[in-house]
Design a protein around this ligand. Structure first.
Ligand SMILES: *[C@@H]1O[C@H](CO)[C@@H](O)[C@H](O)[C@H]1NC(C)=O
Ligand SMILES: *[C@@H]1O[C@H](CO)[C@@H](O)[C@H](O)[C@H]1NC(C)=O
Ligand SMILES: *[C@@H]1O[C@H](CO)[C@@H](O)[C@H](O)[C@H]1NC(C)=O
Ligand SMILES: *[C@@H]1O[C@H](CO)[C@@H](O)[C@H](O)[C@H]1NC(C)=O
Ligand SMILES: *[C@@H]1O[C@H](CO)[C@@H](O)[C@H](O)[C@H]1NC(C)=O
Length: 461
């Protein structure tokens, strides 16, 4: 009588599946690990790679200053950095670069109005290659950040939000949203009482300023769904005013900050803390596996509640205490290049930030590290290039273990279609700490625990 038995099993399974698939789950039947796929954000490919590189450095400079409670560079200084960087571009590019507006205007939050269309320094449409006679395509600075989808409201609609370990506020654009320049906020999904029955405006003003960009609005309560877990009456922000960079970037409708409590302007639990408070997960842990464009795989994910053991090598796991209050600061034990320690590294701390693209390090340390990278060249701009086909392994030491940067991530973007040189993913900046962004974080499995104020690192697989 096998058939009826398996039919019964099938029916039972259907009943269980249908129960389990109800949209609202309570804490008791919730999984202890919630995993959601990540998507990559791409930089503005219409800008010259050196300008995009400089924009990232400007952002890093501001963020690092904020983490030290310093005022940081003014808009005018950031603009000057960009113009100075542009002045070192080849004259063929500069001719186009200096074409009068409105070819391309950099967002004002980057402190610059520079017209530029040139992506690379020649006119062919061929992609840049790793080396002469190579068919492998060089990196083009394609991984500039990461976002994922959070359904919000009733009826729930999908919002794409940037994932940022370097801030602690969660916000999406409201339908009153205006860009800083007075225009609209562009092609986005907006939240308001007119499109969500569960929306409650708390009429409390809120604002935030980032390394680049800002948002300003009010606190609201509404239903948010994180990896299928429903948080009702969650408190977060809607932005009525945003900087032009956010308006222009159609990939994201908002931002989710997953830093510690000390960074919260909203003064409310972050989504991972709310998931913990609601009993969906046991610990307020957020874990990141950041994907890289040139791998052409969709292996990126963020997990809440723990670590996804399929994504890292457990023998390499270390946990370190956070020395920051809100920002994720890990004591830096040193740097090595191809297994040889770099002497005289002055910095002793790394600020781990998924929202930063590059690995930005103090100028003296950048000099010492690049001196050990075969083929690295100091450019007039003060930044380094590395061979696009470099196989050199730069490693950072945290918690007594050395973590390699995959050589694929050392070059950021090709400087020309045929030069074989790329801007370095390790940028030189004016600060005393390492700002450890995606150049490094793509090679590790990175996890943060808000309650213990610890970070865990392991080699990503
Ligand atoms: C990188 O490319 C250069 C030529 O541009 C070549 O001489 C060198 O052997 C290549 N290195 C590797 C590791 O492929
Ligand atoms: C590059 O290709 C050309 C033509 O196919 C060949 O003659 C030359 O030897 C190649 N150079 C290298 C470094 O492989
Ligand atoms: C931003 O919020 C802070 C703290 O609530 C407040 O002091 C400041 O005035 C606000 N800034 C703006 C531009 O609204
Ligand atoms: C959530 O907010 C709605 C609307 O204000 C309210 O009716 C409901 O009681 C709230 N639920 C909880 C659990 O606070
Ligand atoms: C981390 O902090 C805990 C508790 O504060 C302490 O017991 C432990 O020794 C610290 N670990 C390191 C490596 O400093």
């Amino acid at each position: 009588m096998r058939f009826p038995t398996s039919l019964l099993a099938l029916l039972t399974a259907i009943v269980f599946i249908s129960v389990d698939a109800r949209p609202i789950r309570n804490a008791r039947n919730a999984p202890r690990l919630i995993t959601i796929p990540l998507k990559r954000m791409e930089g503005d490919a219409s800008l010259h790679v050196e300008i995009r590189h400089q924009q990232q450095i400007n952002r890093a400079q501001r963020l690092a200053a904020r983490a030290s409670n310093l005022a940081g560079p003014s808009d005018a200084q950031l603009r000057e950095n960009l113009e100075r960087r542009a002045s070192f571009l080849p004259s063929t590019v500069q001719k186009r670069f200096n074409r009068p507006p409105p070819d391309y205007i950099l967002p004002s939050d980057d402190g610059a109005v520079i017209s530029n269309l040139a992506a690379l320094d020649d006119d062919t449409d061929e992609p840049a290659v790793l080396a002469k006679n190579s068919s492998a395509v060089a990196p083009d600075g394609a991984d500039t950040g990461y976002f994922f989808t959070v359904p919000i409201g009733n009826p729930a609609r999908p919002f794409n939000v940037i994932l940022d370990s370097g801030s602690s506020d969660f916000w999406v654009m409201s339908d009153q949203c205006e860009s800083e320049d007075g225009g609209g906020c562009g092609e986005h999904t907006y939240l308001s009482e007119s499109n969500s029955q569960s929306f409650v405006n708390l009429h409390t003003k809120w604002n935030i300023t980032y390394g680049s960009g800002a948002a300003d609005g009010e606190l609201v309560q509404d239903t948010i769904i994180v990896g299928g877990m429903v948080l009702t009456n969650h408190t977060f922000g809607v932005a009525h005013s945003i900087s032009q960079g956010f308006a222009r970037d159609s990939a994201a409708d908002g931002l989710m900050g997953l830093g510690g409590k000390g960074l919260s302007n909203q003064g409310v639990p972050t989504p991972v803390e709310a998931l913990k408070n609601a009993g969906f997960i046991d610990s307020a842990i957020t874990s990141y596996r950041l994907p890289r464009f040139i791998d052409r795989t969709n292996n990126g994910e963020v997990s809440f509640g723990g670590l996804d053991e399929t994504k890292f090598d457990p023998s390499t796991l270390v946990t370190v205490n956070n020395t920051g209050d809100g920002f994720w600061l890990a004591p830096l034990g040193g740097v090595s290049v191809d297994g040889v320690d770099v002497n005289g590294i002055q910095s002793s701390v790394g600020l781990m930030d998924t929202g930063t693209t590059l690995l930005a390090i103090p100028t003296k340390d950048a000099d010492a590290v690049h001196a050990k990278i075969p083929g690295a060249k100091l450019q007039g701009s003060g930044q380094y290039s590395v061979p696009c086909n470099t196989t050199t392994v730069v490693s950072l030491k945290f918690g007594g273990k050395s973590f390699d940067i995959n050589p694929k991530d050392l070059p950021f973007a090709a400087l020309g279609k045929t030069t074989g040189d790329c801007t370095s993913g390790i940028a030189s900046f004016d600060d005393d700490k390492f700002l450890v962004g995606d150049t490094f974080l793509k090679s590790v499995y990175f996890s943060t625990n808000v309650e213990d104020n610890t970070m865990t690192l392991a080699k990503a697989i």
